[in-house]
Design a protein around this ligand. Structure first.
Ligand SMILES: Nc1ncnc2c1ncn2[C@@H]1O[C@H](COP(=O)(O)OP(=O)(O)O)[C@@H](O)[C@H]1O
Ligand SMILES: [Mg+2]
Length: 256
């Protein structure tokens, strides 16, 4: 098996960039990203410490999803400038599958549950290649609803259950940075509570997480720090508590 991990590659120019850069567990520095000629992510910088939960907030269209996609190296938007580092690995030089192997776990808004497969098969598929994360039995312990439905075709489950599966599937891989894009979107309050419990457990397990939410208060309750985007730029970077206590800031950028 080919070893694709950055740690085992010979020293290169990127190592000096790394030494010159930040020593944070995760950093995205001055990211500029485009959909075709549409300039969307306009110089975003973020840092996250190991084990920290960052809430990435902002109004609809602010560039949150685009920023997560840039980090996960999904084909679009195209990152034309900036560096992205995760635990000493240069994500900005990687394709999406390489970033996944490097430990980026993106749970997209649309969840991308595989049609025609059961819950169990979706989880097994996530573990067909190294690096493997939480064992499937542990995932079932943490997500009892999924255990009950392990033989059910996954796309026939409720939206909340599919969201749980999408998160479980990310944890089935050895994820170093979990990216959650609006995990509470469109879900009933009782399901939101269950997803919140899971995110809290993920935090307690020490998994570094960036959570994007329209429901800013829910995200801020869990987050250590918050970054607010507006028109593709960072307009606030500070503690979650500051945002919760600053009505003007929330009113201006979050519409809450
Ligand atoms: N595939 C795309 N092609 C062109 N523009 C896009 C595409 N996806 C998103 N955008 C634009 O990028 C901006 C940011 O979108 P997005 O990152 O989805 O914002 P958010 O997640 O904060 O709601 C919006 O103006 C949106 O219209
Ligand atoms: Mg979005």
């Amino acid at each position: 098996m080919t070893d694709t991990s950055i740690e085992n590659r010979p020293a290169s120019a990127t190592d000096s960039a790394r030494l010159a850069g930040t020593n944070r567990f995760f950093s995205a520095t001055d990211i500029h990203a485009y959909y075709g000629e549409s300039y969307i992510v306009q110089g975003v910088s973020l840092e996250v410490d190991r084990g920290e939960v960052l809430a990435l907030l902002g109004r609809n269209g602010a560039g949150k999803t685009s920023t997560l996609r840039a980090i996960a190296r999904v084909g679009t938007p195209e990152v034309r400038q900036g560096e992205i580092w995760l635990d000493g690995q240069a994500l900005h030089e990687m394709k999406s599958h390489e970033a996944a192997i490097a430990g980026v776990g993106l749970v997209p808004e649309d969840r991308r549950i595989i049609q025609g497969l059961t819950v169990q098969e979706n989880l097994e598929l996530a573990q067909i290649a190294e690096p493997i994360g939480w064992p499937i039995e542990l995932l079932y312990e943490r997500f009892p609803r999924l255990a009950e439905r392990r033989k059910q075709e996954a796309t026939t489950m409720s939206g909340g259950e599919q969201q749980m599966l999408a998160v479980a599937r990310a944890l089935a891989r050895n994820v170093k940075l979990l990216l959650l894009d609006e995990p509470y979107e469109g879900l009933a309050p009782v399901i939101v509570q269950e997803i919140e419990r899971i995110v809290r457990e993920i935090k307690e397990a020490g998994i570094t997480t960036i959570i994007v939410e329209q429901n800013a208060v829910a995200a801020l309750k869990l987050a250590d720090r918050a970054v607010i985007l507006d028109s593709g730029e960072v307009v606030f970077d500070g503690t979650a508590e500051t945002v919760l206590n600053d009505e003007e800031l929330r009113h201006q950028y979050l519409a809450i």
